[in-house]
Design a protein. Structure first.
Lengths: 368, 125
């Protein structure tokens, strides 16, 4: 994985061993005062297959088993990954600007076993940064949403604009990843009964607050170390190369160096011409991986989404929302891709705003 | 000696390793620990023998983010940084070295060491 603190230093880390950007990248990244950063505790940049049992609350329906297959894209403004296997980490990615968390660029979800939704639901939710001429500073994102029940009786599709993440007041004191995002969308509601079709505008909002708990040594530490060593050796296969690479770095103020640049200087300064460069880099990468690749044992996160529809549909509520509180637990010491998950959901799906969801689910999740 | 301008590269390397131990001592004085539970035994072992420690341990200690020495992930914050900087000045036998800022919870020990070493060089110059 990588949902941990590796995210922080780990990404900062490799930022710049790419020769071309070794100076400019570092200076750009550290221009501002370092801000508090938090591990993003929810899954991102991964496929999940989840199967479990749903305990329905507050009505007469029977409990039921369910499965859910989900793809979570990367966080928009931190393209590396929190909770994802380290082998997939791109170590050349600079430190994220929105390190306290951001929404994912794409979520695809297929879930079955939900009797209230004609047996199942497919949902797609995505967003991407836009540079709108004249209002670039607003950092707006384009957003799209598509949901349909598996019988194809009802489909909702919408496109619109969203704000960048706004930090939840007070969340920094809890050392919690967090964001608030607001948006406006145009939506098409397409039903089997053509008379029920409608087009309307939506105001949307979503929030996230979550925290990783109980850090421990990362099970994929060896893969992380290997990735780091590879980055070093790609850029500086010999000590002579490293010495040459270090020359321009020495002219930079220490506070403006990236971690990886600092560690490269460390390696050069701590060795001599007779040092076995490859061997020492392998050893140092082990040490660095240990330092930056802690892993959470559990995480807790609260997510919410809501909307207000400026719709003339008389049988549909104008405003609704869905809250979910999730706890993930990594039970195995040697694997970080198996998760026990407990989740409580309360509210309404956007596709079916007349059907209240009030359920507690327990599941086992495998990440790919 | 806290500067790293020795002509002999082996001496220079030893000085840098000793300097890393100075940073650790400063952190330990300010926080009361040698890092979190995972890190502390290795940091302590390094502190006892910085020059003789393996390269892996030198790199491990250097890569630790400062927050791993504090109880909270958003520390050292604006209140903690002046205290730690003053302690570094004492460890580096440096009077009046100016804190350049731009460091915080996610700054590594290694980078803080370089910041302190550059402050020494500027005072010496």
């Amino acid at each position: 994985v990588s949902g941990w603190r590796f995210a922080r230093s780990g990404w900062t880390l490799a930022a710049a061993l790419c020769t071309g950007c070794i100076v400019t990248e570092s200076q750009a990244q550290t221009a501002a005062e370092p801000a508090a950063e938090f591990i993003y505790p929810a899954p991102a940049r991964t496929f999940e297959a989840e199967g479990g049992y749903r305990f329905l609350q507050g009505d007469a329906r029977d409990d039921e088993s369910f499965y859910r297959v989900t793809y979570y894209g990367g966080l928009i403004d931190s393209r590396g990954e929190p909770l994802k296997s380290a082998e997939h980490l791109d170590l050349t990615i600079p430190k994220p600007a929105a390190s306290a968390g951001d929404r994912k660029n794409l979520e695809l979800q297929l879930q079955d076993g939900r009797s209230t939704l004609n047996g199942g639901l497919f949902e797609m939710n995505g967003a991407m940064p836009l540079r709108l001429r004249g209002i670039e500073r607003l950092n707006l994102r384009g957003a799209a949403y598509l949901a349909t029940d598996l019988d194809g009786e009802r489909t909702k599709a919408s496109v619109g604009l969203e704000s960048p993440p706004i930090r939840v007041p007070g969340a920094a004191k809890l050392q919690a990843a967090n964001y608030l995002i607001f948006g406006i969308m145009a939506e098409r509601d397409d039903a089997t009964d053509a008379a029920a079709d409608a087009n309307y505008a939506l105001a949307t909002g979503r929030f996230f607050i979550g925290k990783a708990l109980g850090m421990h040594r990362h099970p994929n530490r060896d893969a992380i170390a290997h990735s780091i060593a590879l980055k070093f050796l790609e850029q500086a296969p010999t000590r002579a190369d490293a010495v040459a690479l270090a020359q321009p770095l020495r002219k930079i103020n220490a506070e403006d160096l990236t971690d990886l640049q600092t560690w490269l200087l460390d390696a050069v300064d701590d060795t001599t011409e007779s040092t076995d460069w490859k061997q020492t880099i392998l050893a140092r990468s082990d040490g660095i991986a240990d330092a930056i690749s802690e892993r959470p044992t559990a995480s807790v996160y609260l997510e919410g989404s809501g909307w207000y529809a400026n719709s003339s549909q008389s049988n549909e509520p104008k405003s609704r929302g869905l809250l979910s509180l999730t706890t993930d637990y990594w039970p195995l010491e040697t694997r970080d891709d198996i998760i026990l998950r407990a989740r409580y959901e309360w509210g309404f799906e956007r596709l079916q705003p007349n059907l209240r969801i009030n359920q507690f689910t327990v599941s086992m999740t495998v990440q790919f | 000696m806290v500067g790293s301008d020795a002509d002999d590269p082996i001496d220079a390397a030893s000085v840098r390793r000793e300097n890393r131990a100075r940073v650790i001592r400063a952190l330990q004085t300010c926080t009361g620990n040698f890092g979190d539970d995972l890190a502390a035994p290795r940091v302590q072992a390094y502190s006892k023998d910085p020059v003789g420690s393996d390269p892996e341990e030198f790199a491990f200690v250097g890569a630790l983010p400062l927050r791993r020495f504090y109880a909270f992930a958003d520390k050292p914050d604006k209140n903690d940084r002046p205290v730690l900087w003053n302690r570094l000045l004492i460890e580096f036998e440096l009077l009046g070295g100016k804190d350049p800022g731009k460091w915080g919870p996610d700054t590594s020990v290694s980078k803080l060491q370089r910041i302190a070493e550059q402050a020494v060089e500027k005072v010496d110059a």
